[in-house]
Design a protein around this ligand. Structure first.
Ligand code: NAD
Ligand code: GLY
Length: 354
């Protein structure tokens, strides 16, 4: 039984969250329609999990693409590499891609699935906390361009999301903490009780308690699934999921992809969004302090890099996909558990907080 279901009519799909799922060959098989599979993964994840998963797929004709690791590899060159591999190995429309890895692998594989022969099936098998709570769910797929993050991509939903929480045991602490930024995001943007739950469960989360992690991941996936089900293509409420991303993407692009982790940039971005809200008299200073405290507990950065001046921020933010009619748009928290989209942020306020 799936843990959750993302309801999108004929494109609905199950999300499984549990320990030991990589050993469940029936689960994988049940979401693959035909004989051929291509697993897309990277040089870090392949030695950890590829053989185990391939072993469970003995009834299929499986090959793999192992990409270099890192955010900087989420690019058009590797997208082309996937296309070339699929063509050279005569994959047809009946192939299913499996994205085995973090958000980088999930995003580029999803975009490849959306594009190859105008669309083939894909299954998300996320192995980082960030990808388990956010990027594997909701069908945003993309690659980066040197001029902007996630600028080339498509909305394209997977056939299933399989989250084996055991994969977190091999994740470096810095990566785990980066994932916590997206977890905290759900609390700030729309769920006060979840924010409080996080404040109360810090020790168990840090200790990697499996029940606590399962509960936490399920809560995030449920929140994301609800939002995506009501606004798949980000015409409205889905934009709230970008809390902290307007500032965060600017930091990532300016620092060079991969130098700041995505989650780290989002953490600082959320602090800046909260400061913006305080400067606009939308948020109490005490709530900003609570947000900063929870972010700090997970060793995430509160301040933007010193080299990141106002002009650099604005240059990158002008390319933000949320902007309409050339106007910058920001997601701001109006309380812990509440947020809104604003396009009335003045240059003076931005200068003040940046
Ligand atoms: P990532 O994919 O680079 O993974 C982080 C690091 O962990 C990498 O070095 C990876 O090889 C390694 N890794 C992965 N699984 C591991 C495991 N189980 N054990 C040990 N190491 C492991 O980064 P990420 O944080 O997972 O994802 C960030 C990306 O996700 C960004 O490109 C971001 O734009 C994207 N994103 C997309 C969405 C979306 O909705 N599509 C949402 C949020 C973020
Ligand atoms: N991570 C933002 C979204 O999926 O909409």
């Amino acid at each position: 039984m799936p843990t959750l279901q993302l309801d999108l009519g004929t494109r609905s799909y199950p999300i499984y969250i549990d320990s030991g799922l990589f050993n469940n060959s029936d689960l994988f098989s049940s979401h693959i329609r035909n004989k051929r599979i291509c697993i897309v993964t990277n040089t870090i994840v392949a030695p950890l999990y590829l053989a185990n998963i391939k072993e469970k797929l003995t009834n299929f004709d499986v090959d793999e693409i192992i990409l270099p690791d890192g955010e900087a590899e989420k690019n058009l060159a590797n997208f082309e590499r996937i296309m070339s591999h699929l063509l050279a190995n005569e994959h047809g429309r009946d192939t299913t891609l499996i994205a085995l890895g973090g958000g980088v692998i999930g995003d580029i594989t999803g975009f490849a699935a959306a594009s190859y022969q105008r669309g083939i099936d894909f299954v998300q098998v996320p192995t980082t906390l960030l990808s388990q709570v956010d990027s594997s769910v909701g069908g945003k797929t993309a690659v980066n361009h040197p001029l902007g993050k996630n600028m080339i991509g498509a909305f394209y939903q997977p056939k299933a999301v399989i989250i084996d929480i055991d994969s977190l045991s091999t994740l470096p602490e810095r990566e785990f903490n980066a994932g916590m930024a997206e977890v905290i995001k759900y609390g700030i943007l729309g769920d006060y009780d979840f924010f409080v739950w996080l404040e109360h469960n810090i020790a168990l989360i840090k200790a990697g308690d499996k029940d606590t992690l399962s509960q936490m991941i399920e809560k995030c996936c449920q929140c994301k699934a609800d939002i995506v089900a009501s606004d798949e293509k980000e015409a409205g409420v889905r934009a709230l999921l970008n809390l902290g991303h307007t500032f965060g993407h600017a930091i990532e692009a300016e620092q060079g992809y991969g130098n700041w982790l995505h989650g780290e940039a989002v953490a600082t971005g959320m602090v800046l969004a909260a400061k913006l809200a305080v400067a606009m008299n939308l948020l109490e200073v005490s709530e900003l302090c609570r947000i900063e405290s929870l972010i700090k507990v997970f060793d995430l950065p509160l301040l933007a890099p010193k080299t990141m001046g106002f002009d650099n921020f604005v240059r990158h933010m002008r390319r933000d996909k949320k902007n309409i009619g050339g106007k910058l748009r920001f997601i701001v928290p109006t309380a812990i558990g509440q947020s809104e989209i604003r396009d009335d942020v003045t240059v003076e306020i931005l200068q003040q907080i940046l």
